[in-house]
Design a protein around this ligand. Structure first.
Ligand code: ZN
Length: 141
């Protein structure tokens, strides 16, 4: 499989590791909009959030919390964004699940921005009920 994150996990491509265990690793991102940006990645090739098991999701987020604290210590950042993209419409570029940990500094100019759009409470309630009704049938693994 021609997947850069699988190659990095297997030692077949270079990366600067900040963390690794049996299931998850963290590496310096090649894209550094602010210094100390890190990617947290499961070793198993999982394309997107929909395919994560509950235990895989838990492991990834446990490591993410530790790495976020370490980034804060190392960078002295004022804030931090987690960005995780799914599908081409979601701006996913590498189709192996990963989380971007992006340190933020007051006054930096890398705003994450979408147009704030308000809709009526009735429509919010309708969408909430629709999502909730789908979740009731979910089985966790
Ligand atoms: Zn992969």
């Amino acid at each position: 499989m021609d997947c850069i994150f699988c190659k990095i996990s297997n030692g077949q491509a270079p990366a600067s590791f900040v963390y690794e265990d049996e299931y998850v690793f963290g590496i310096m991102s090649l894209d550094q909009p602010n210094p100390y940006k890190v990617l947290v990645i499961p070793r198993v090739h999982i394309e997107n959030i929909y395919d994560l098991s509950e235990s895989e999701a838990a492991r990834i987020f446990q490591v993410t919390v530790k790495v976020a604290r370490a980034i804060r210590e190392a960078s002295g950042c004022d804030g931090l964004n987690l960005v995780q993209s799914n599908g081409r419409a979601g701006q996913q570029e590498v189709f192996h699940f990963h989380l971007h940990l992006i340190p933020r500094f007051l006054g930096d100019d890398i705003f994450l921005k979408w147009q704030y759009t308000q809709i009526e409470r009735d429509e919010l309630n309708r969408m909430a009920e629709e999502i909730h009704s789908k979740a009731r049938d979910w089985k966790y693994s």
